[in-house]
Design a protein around this ligand. Structure first.
Ligand code: KIV
Ligand code: ZN
Length: 388
């Protein structure tokens, strides 16, 4: 594990993200997304799972040929045909990675793979060695690592390191772990795996209990230097750790998380918007950093504070993450200051008495109507003509 403070952002929107319901993307959408991920500054771009389908393999190959900047990765099970397919798909890339994985928990070994621990050790070692014949950069993931017997996790990670893996990923495949437990797993591996200092340790967290980003940051704090994540947190079931949340946390809390990275923060929102355009859902309005309400304020107390100093209720500026502007929403919780400001913007400077009168009618309307538009405000200025 190297001790530098640079975090490698490994984006798996086009692989773990795309394999979840409603997230399928066409070939050309994947390419446009990959170019945008390169603009965003991701270091590693997992473009797909080559053996999964001809379409996936073609997309990876096209991205490997056309997208420059990030290292292009393909996923592969610990099987010869998978690794060979991954190697073929990433072949045109100027920087490439084979990402091979094998489950390590007894539950997965017994119920899914029906192999013994000894067989798993052998498969992991053989597969990493095979992958290294095609690529200098090979990542090994111990699937379901957080539910794996710790002693066996040490054994399988040791086997992968000895076989030549350059990155070791510790997936919380089912979003089961907690921040302190995940951090302890990294510390344990750093203490017990010979040669671990020469590889990069990686987080890969799912969000089943809503802790994916917290677990990722805990892993980084304990020594991981790669974060696997997706745009808008899309991914299997409740999703993966959201890239924009990790990047924003590293910026806003650099006092506690003093790590550098290559993400261009002002590209976070455009990237989130592009993904929402391609898949069948956008993110929820209250999604951190990029949701429609992430920089919106409706309550009068908050609006008053924001008008005095935006730091009162915003811990980062919208512009810093590429969101065009703060959104002050007029609604039943709003105060007269924002109403006055909006009416002035609309060209109506009112006296105090006029403002009191309009504000009174505004609150009545806001009680009846959930959204207040500029037309409604203009209507309030002419109560006799108002139709609302
Ligand atoms: O969640 C997981 O375990 C994965 C692996 C394939 C890395 O996505
Ligand atoms: Zn995953």
């Amino acid at each position: 594990m190297s001790l530098h403070n640079q975090i490698v952002f490994f984006d798996t929107t086009l692989r773990d993200g795309e394999q979840s319901p409603g997230c399928t993307m066409h070939h050309d959408e994947k390419l446009r997304m990959a170019h945008q991920l390169a603009n965003l500054g991701v270091d590693v771009l997992e473009a797909g799972f080559a053996i999964a389908s001809q379409g996936d393999s073609d997309s990876i190959r096209m991205i490997a040929r056309e997208v420059r900047g990030p290292r292009i990765a393909s996923l592969a099970r610990c099987k010869r045909e998978d690794i060979e397919a991954a190697a073929r798909s990433i072949e045109p890339a100027d920087k490439a990675r084979i990402h091979t994985f094998l489950a390590s928990s007894d539950l997965h070994l017994e119920a899914k793979l029906k192999i013994s621990r000894a067989e798993a050790l052998n498969q992991a070692g053989e597969s990493v060695r095979l992958a290294r014949t095609f690529a200098d950069d090979v990542e090994f993931s111990a699937e379901d690592a957080t539910r794996t017997d710790p002693d066996f996790l040490v054994e399988i990670v040791t086997a992968a390191v000895q076989a030549g893996a350059t990155t070791i990923n510790i997936p919380d495949t089912v979003g089961y772990t907690t921040p302190d437990e995940y951090a302890a797993t990294f510390r344990m591996l750093i203490a017990k795996v010979p040669g671990i200092d020469d590889v990069i340790l990686s987080t890969h967290c799912h969000n089943d209990l809503g802790m994916a980003v917290a677990n990722t940051l805990a892993g980084i704090h304990a020594g991981a230097r790669q974060a696997e994540c997706t745009i808008n947190g899309i991914g299997e079931r409740a999703g993966n750790a959201a890239l924009e949340e990790i990047a924003a946390a590293l910026m806003v809390r650099r006092d506690k998380l003093p790590y550098t990275n290559n993400i261009k923060l002002n590209q976070l929102y455009p990237t989130s918007q592009m993904l929402a355009e391609f898949i069948s859902f956008g993110c929820s309005p209250n999604k951190a950093v990029v949701g429609a309400n992430a920089f919106a304020h409706e309550s009068g107390i908050h609006q008053h504070g924001m008008m005095a100093n935006p730091l009162t209720y915003e811990i980062m500026t919208p512009e810093s993450v590429g969101v065009p502007a703060t959104n002050m929403v007029l609604g039943k919780h709003s105060g007269r200051r924002l109403l006055e400001q909006r009416l002035t913007e609309l060209g109506h400077k009112l006296t105090r008495a006029q403002l009191d009168d309009v504000y009174h009618r505004f609150t009545e309307l806001a009680d009846r109507k959930k959204s207040i538009y500029d037309q409604d405000l203009l209507g309030l200025l002419q109560p006799d003509k108002s139709t609302v």
